[in-house]
Write a protein that binds this ligand. Structure first.
Ligand SMILES: [Zn+2]
Ligand SMILES: [Zn+2]
Length: 187
């Protein structure tokens, strides 16, 4: 989705579009969890002009699968993405950092994820929205996806999926720090 800033009137501009599965796959590439997109993602965005700056508010939901971080079976993850960005003309951004940017004020509102309020630059009059949304999707991915909260994972000794049945292996890991003491006890 590409927007010309002249299209943004005082009442703002609303756009809704789909990011195809293949593009999502590209945005997910390089993530260690091995995510794959289940289908396309519908993005809803609102743009507002503040002089030459543009405020972008967008949200989408991405359906993904990946191997569970504990048992390796396919795990489905729904990732809600909801963000705001201030788009600054490249020339203005180059004029110098600081200078009374409004981000400080917004951080004071208590945003707990730092990437929710951010600034990006644009050149000319056209703003490409897809790369901005794809970047936010990549930032929103859980680091350690699991198939379900209580997943027991695989036995590190025999590899049995502990969700299916208990294998009864001795999984106590000897702590090397106690090895010396153990010897002392036995003597
Ligand atoms: Zn699992
Ligand atoms: Zn086992």
């Amino acid at each position: 989705m590409r927007v010309n800033i002249d299209e943004i009137k005082d009442s703002g501009l609303e756009r809704s579009w789909e990011i195809p599965t293949v593009r999502l796959e590209e945005a997910l590439r390089g993530d260690r969890a091995g995510y794959q997109a289940v289908g396309p993602a519908t993005v809803e965005a609102r743009l507002e002009r503040l002089g030459r700056r543009v405020r972008l508010l967008a949200k989408t939901t991405v359906e993904l699968t990946s191997p569970c971080g504990r048992c390796l079976l396919p795990a489905r993850t729904t990732v809600p993405v909801d963000f705001q960005l201030t788009l600054v003309p490249a020339e203005e951004a180059a004029e110098g950092e600081g200078g009374g940017h409004e981000t400080g004020e917004e951080h004071a509102e208590g945003s707990f994820t730092p990437h929710q309020v951010d600034e990006e630059t644009y050149r000319g009059k056209l703003i490409e929205l897809d790369p901005l949304v794809e970047e936010q999707i990549a930032l929103a991915l859980p680091l350690y996806p699991v198939c379900r909260e209580g997943c027991q994972g695989l036995c590190p000794v025999c590899g049995q999926n502990q969700n299916e049945k208990a294998c009864g292996c001795d999984r106590r890991v000897p702590d090397p720090r106690w090895a010396g003491l153990e010897k002392f006890r036995q003597s």
